[in-house]
Design a protein around this ligand. Structure first.
Ligand code: ZN
Length: 673
C-alpha cells in the first residue's frame, strides 16, 4: 500500500491538530483497501479553554453521517474526555444509552453524533488514533489459521483482540486488556474479523503505522497466494486464481431477462422498487466461475458492519431465478427465527446482492448511491474470499455474531424512524425524443420524482444535456428497430429493468395539402410518428412485463380527436398511434401494464414548432401567432413542463386504475370537448 503523505500539503498546519486530523483522515478515506463508504473512524485529542476560562480535554472523533474521504472540520464531534473515560469504567451500558451519554458530553450541540467507537478512541493514550477495516488484514484474519498467522506476522508489536461486537462491550474489553499493556511497545491493535487501530502523537506517525501494518499483511498475502487486492475501478486481482482457465475470463453477455426477473422478485420481497448494478470485473468473473461459489457466498461478510448493507449472504442466481430468490427469502426467515429474541423486528427478506454463475455479480439497492455502495463492498468481499480460499479457507465471523450486528439495537432504532421517499424512487424510465421539448421536460420531471432515466434521441444536443448519473443518454435513431432494441437492452443492463416508458419522439411535417403531399414526407411521418412507437413497444414489452407497476404513456396529439387541414401525414400517423395504444392496453392489461395516451395541443416550446411551422399553422386558422398560441378555452399557453407533469401523473399511482385512456392537455378545445 502506497504511503500518500505529502508534507507540502500540510506545510504550516502542524500545530493545528484538527487540520492535521482532517488531512490524514482524508488520506485514509481515499484508500478503498482501508475503508469503504462510511467505514472506519479517526480522532484527535486536544486540550482547549472553554467559555468559562477552564481548560478541558476533548476528543474530536468522526461523526456519524460523514465519510473519511470527504470529511471536514465540522465532521468531527467534540466530546469531553473525562466523560468518555468514566463511561469506559462502567460494568455495563446499553449502546442506546452510550450514544445518548456521548451526545450529552459534546461541547457543540450542533455537531454530528460521535462514532460508536468514541470510547475506544478515548482509552488509547495517544493524540491521534486511526481506525480502518483494512481488506488485507481482515482477509488474513477471516481464515482458518487467521489469528495464528497474524500473531506470527506481527509479533508483540500488535495487541490482538478476538472478535467482539462493536459498541460498548468492545470498548469495555479493550479497556480491561489495556490495563496491563505497555503502550510504548505497541504499534497497533488488530481486532480480529474487524479491523486495525493505529495511534501516535502526530498524525503522520499514526498514518505511517497504518500503512505499514497493512503493507505487511498485503506482502504476506502476495507472497503466499500470488494474489493482491486491486481497486474496483481497475481490473481487480492481478493474477488468475488457481483452478480457473485464463481463457474463460472473457466478456460474457449479461442474461438481461434473468436480471429483470431477479429485480422484480427482489423488489416484491422488499415491497419497493430496487435498482440493479452488475459487475463483470476480472475478480468478480473469476469468483463466479469457482466450483463452490454458491457455498462461499453463504458464509458471511468481510467485516461485520457490511452486513447492514449486504445481509449475511448473497443469492446464487441460477435458473429459475424467482425460485432461487424465494428460497433465499425462506432461508433468511429461518436465520432470523433461529437467532432472534422477542422484541426484534425482522427486516425484509430480499437479498441485496448475488452471483450470476460464470458471469459476475449483481447488487440491489433503493437508489444509485445505495446500489453503488453495495457493489463496491461486494467487489472487495469477493477479492477477499478468493485470497482467503487460497490461504486455506474463507472463515468470517459466526452466524450468531453476524445476527447480533445486523440486529444491533442502534440499527433497529434507525429502522423505526423510517424514511420518506419520492414517488418514483427505484423506478426505471425510458423516454424517447429526450433532447428537447416534451421529452426533455419528461426526463426532468421523472428525475424530480426520483426515477432513473434512459434518455433516447438522435440529436447531437443530447450529449452533455443531462449530467446526473441518474440519466443514461443513448444516441438512438428510433426509426431503426435494431437501434431501438439495443437502447432498451442497454437500459436494462445499466439499471436492471424497465418500469415506465414515455414514447414521445415525433415530427411535424410541412403543412401540405393531400393534393401536394410528397410521398417521402408521408412515409417519414408514418415511420417516425407511428412505426417507431410500435417497434419500441415490441422491444420493451418483455421487460415491462417484469417491471414494477409498469406504465406506458404515448404522446398523441389533439389532431386525433380534432384534425386540421394540411396535416394529413401527421394526423393519420397519430390516429394510428392512438389505435395502437388502445390495442396495447387490451393486450397488456393482464400483465398489469397500463397504456394511456396524452393528447397535447399547441405546445410551442418543442422542436416540432419551428417559427416557420408556427406561422404557417397560424395562417391556416387565420390567426396571429400570439392568438394561435393561446387559442384555447383557458386562454393559456400550454408548456412542455405542463405536459410532463401530466405524463408523470398518468404514469403514477393516481392513474393506477386507468388504462387505454386518452387525456387531452390543450387548455380546453371546443372541438375536442
Ligand atoms: Zn470498526
Amino acid at each position: 500500500m502506497q504511503n500518500q503523505w505529502d508534507d507540502q500539503e500540510v506545510d504550516g498546519l502542524e500545530h493545528d491538530l484538527l487540520a492535521m486530523r482532517v488531512y490524514s483522515s482524508q488520506l485514509l478515506g481515499r484508500e478503498t483497501g482501508l475503508v469503504l463508504h462510511g467505514g472506519g473512524n479517526t480522532s484527535v485529542k486536544s486540550t482547549e479553554v472553554n467559555y468559562f476560562g477552564e481548560s478541558e480535554e476533548l476528543l474530536y472523533v468522526k461523526g456519524s453521517g460523514w465519510d473519511l474521504d470527504t470529511i471536514e472540520r465540522p465532521g468531527f464531534a467534540p466530546v469531553k474526555m473525562d466523560t468518555l473515560l468514566k463511561l469506559a469504567e462502567l460494568e455495563t451500558l446499553t449502546d442506546v444509552d452510550m450514544v445518548r451519554l456521548q451526545r450529552a458530553a459534546m461541547t457543540d450541540p450542533n455537531a454530528p453524533n460521535p462514532s460508536v467507537e468514541a470510547i475506544l478512541h478515548a482509552i488509547i493514550p495517544y493524540t491521534f488514533v486511526d481506525h480502518t477495516h483494512a481488506d488485507a488484514v481482515v482477509a488474513l484474519s477471516n481464515t482458518e489459521e487467521g489469528e495464528a498467522r497474524i500473531k506470527a506476522l506481527y509479533g508483540n508489536r500488535v495487541l490482538i483482540i478476538p472478535y467482539i461486537m462493536p459498541g460498548f462491550i468492545l470498548a469495555r474489553a479493550i479497556f480491561e486488556r489495556s490495563r496491563n499493556v505497555n503502550w510504548q511497545e505497541l504499534d497497533a491493535i488488530i481486532l480480529l474479523n474487524h479491523g486495525v487501530f493505529t495511534f501516535a502523537d502526530t498524525a503522520k506517525d499514526s498514518y505511517d503505522r497504518m500503512i505499514d501494518i497493512v503493507s505487511v499483511a498485503e506482502d504476506y498475502l502476495y507472497d503466499t497466494t500470488n494474489l493482491q487486492f486491486c481497486d474496483s475501478s481497475s481490473i481487480s486481482l492481478s493474477k488468475i486464481v488457481s483452478g480457473i482457465d485464463k481463457g474463460d475470463i472473457a466478456s460474457t453477455a449479461l442474461p438481461l431477462m434473468d436480471i429483470a426477473k431477479a429485480r422484480k422478485a427482489v423488489s416484491d420481497l422488499k415491497g419497493l422498487p430496487m435498482l440493479v448494478m452488475t459487475s463483470r470485473s476480472t475478480s468478480v468473473n473469476q469468483f463466479a466461475r469457482l466450483e463452490n461459489c454458491a457455498e462461499l457466498i453463504s458464509r458471511g461478510p468481510l467485516t461485520p458492519d457490511h452486513v447492514i448493507r449486504t445481509k449475511p449472504t448473497g443469492v446464487f442466481l441460477q435458473e429459475p431465478v424467482t425460485a432461487v430468490i424465494d428460497s433465499f427469502a425462506r432461508n433468511y426467515q429461518q436465520y432470523f427465527d433461529h437467532n432472534s429474541s422477542d422484541d426484534v423486528q425482522c427486516l425484509d427478506l430480499a437479498p441485496r446482492w448475488g452471483i450470476i454463475p460464470k458471469v459476475g455479480s449483481v447488487a440491489f439497492g433503493r437508489s444509485l448511491k445505495d446500489v453503488k455502495i453495495i457493489a463496491d463492498i461486494i467487489d472487495h468481499t469477493l477479492q477477499a474470499i478468493l485470497i482467503a480460499e487460497e490461504l486455506g479457507g474463507w472463515m468470517p465471523i459466526s452466524e450468531a455474531d453476524i445476527f447480533d450486528m445486523e440486529y444491533w439495537e442502534l440499527e433497529q432504532a434507525k429502522l423505526k424512524k423510517g424514511s420518506a421517499s419520492l414517488e418514483f424512487q427505484g423506478k426505471i424510465a425510458l423516454v424517447t425524443g429526450a433532447a428537447s421539448g416534451i421529452g426533455r421536460a419528461c426526463v426532468d420531471e421523472l428525475l424530480a420524482k426520483g426515477a432513473v432515466v434512459a434518455a433516447l434521441d438522435n440529436s447531437p444536443t443530447l450529449e452533455g444535456l443531462f449530467t446526473t448519473p441518474s440519466v443514461i443518454s443513448i444516441c438512438c435513431d428510433v426509426t431503426d428497430a435494431i437501434d431501438l432494441a439495443d437502447a432498451v437492452e442497454e437500459t436494462v443492463a445499466v439499471f436492471g429493468g424497465l418500469d415506465l416508458m414515455v414514447s414521445n419522439a415525433g415530427y411535424f411535417p410541412n403543412g401540405d395539402s393531400i393534393e401536394t403531399l410528397k410521398e417521402e414526407s408521408w412515409d417519414k411521418s408514418l415511420s417516425l410518428n407511428l412505426t417507431s412507437h410500435k417497434n419500441l413497444l415490441t422491444s420493451a414489452i418483455p421487460f415491462l412485463k417484469q417491471g414494477i407497476d409498469p406504465a406506458i404513456v404515448i404522446i398523441g396529439s389533439k389532431n386525433v380527436p380534432a384534425p386540421g387541414p394540411g396535416a394529413a401525414a401527421y394526423s393519420v400517423a397519430k390516429a394510428g398511434l392512438t389505435q395502437l395504444c388502445r390495442v396495447a392496453a387490451m393486450e397488456l392489461g393482464e400483465f398489469g401494464i397500463r397504456v394511456n395516451v396524452v393528447h397535447p395541443n399547441a405546445v410551442f416550446d418543442t422542436a416540432v414548432w419551428t417559427e416557420r411551422v408556427l406561422k404557417s399553422r397560424a395562417e391556416q386558422y387565420g390567426l396571429s401567432v400570439q392568438a394561435y398560441k393561446t387559442n384555447n378555452l383557458l386562454k393559456q399557453e400550454v408548456s412542455s413542463k405542463d405536459v410532463a407533469s401530466l405524463v408523470c401523473t398518468v404514469l403514477g399511482d393516481s392513474f393506477k386504475m386507468t388504462t387505454g385512456a386518452q387525456v387531452p392537455i390543450d387548455g380546453g378545445n371546443d372541438r375536442v370537448i
